[in-house]
Write a protein of this length. Structure first.
Length: 165
């Protein structure tokens, strides 16, 4: 097998798992930042923690996990709504989208679909909800901003620790 075939196979498996597991990612997108906030509140109450920097690092990673999981869950939700969605037949998805008016006919439909930005007009109307692409992009931007901020805070803290003998 060539590298490109293996990469396509892995990408397909990831998309299948993302399509099926988006509800779990959505739960994680809510639960992990809440856990991080609880750890932060608990650390503030007990000022004498054994290793405050370790706890702060853990809280930062848990807070970053929220937007990352939000973008993955939203993308998975959008994938699950497409006519080419893996759990259903295109005929079933189009029949639902057209409210049973006409069966799926790929020659007559004439629409298109794409993986990014997510859109699917193979049945006529857009099947992917309008909030999916902006939410994925917004959560990705928030993730990058939080990651850069975390790196900046970590570098700044290390420099201030090194500067003090």
């Amino acid at each position: 097998m060539e590298f490109t075939q293996v990469a396509l196979m892995v990408a397909y498996i990831v998309l299948v798992l993302l399509t099926l597991a988006w509800p779990l990612l959505a739960v994680g997108a809510v639960a992990l930042p809440l856990w991080g906030l609880l750890l932060l509140v608990n650390a503030r109450r007990r000022m004498s923690t054994p290793d405050p920097t370790r706890r702060q690092r853990r809280v930062r990673w848990l807070l970053i996990a929220g937007p990352v999981l939000t973008s993955l869950a939203t993308y998975g939700y959008g994938l699950s709504r497409m006519a080419s969605g893996l759990p259903t037949d295109p005929d079933d998805r189009c029949r639902i989208a057209m409210r049973g008016d006409m069966p799926y006919d790929p020659e007559r439909a004439g629409g298109s679909s794409s993986i990014w930005p997510l859109h699917d007009t193979t049945c006529g109307p857009e099947l992917v909800p309008g909030f999916v692409n902006p939410l994925v992009a917004g959560a990705a931007v928030v993730s990058v901003v939080l990651l850069v901020t975390m790196a900046w805070v970590t570098i700044r803290a290390r420099r201030s620790n090194v500067a003090e003998p």
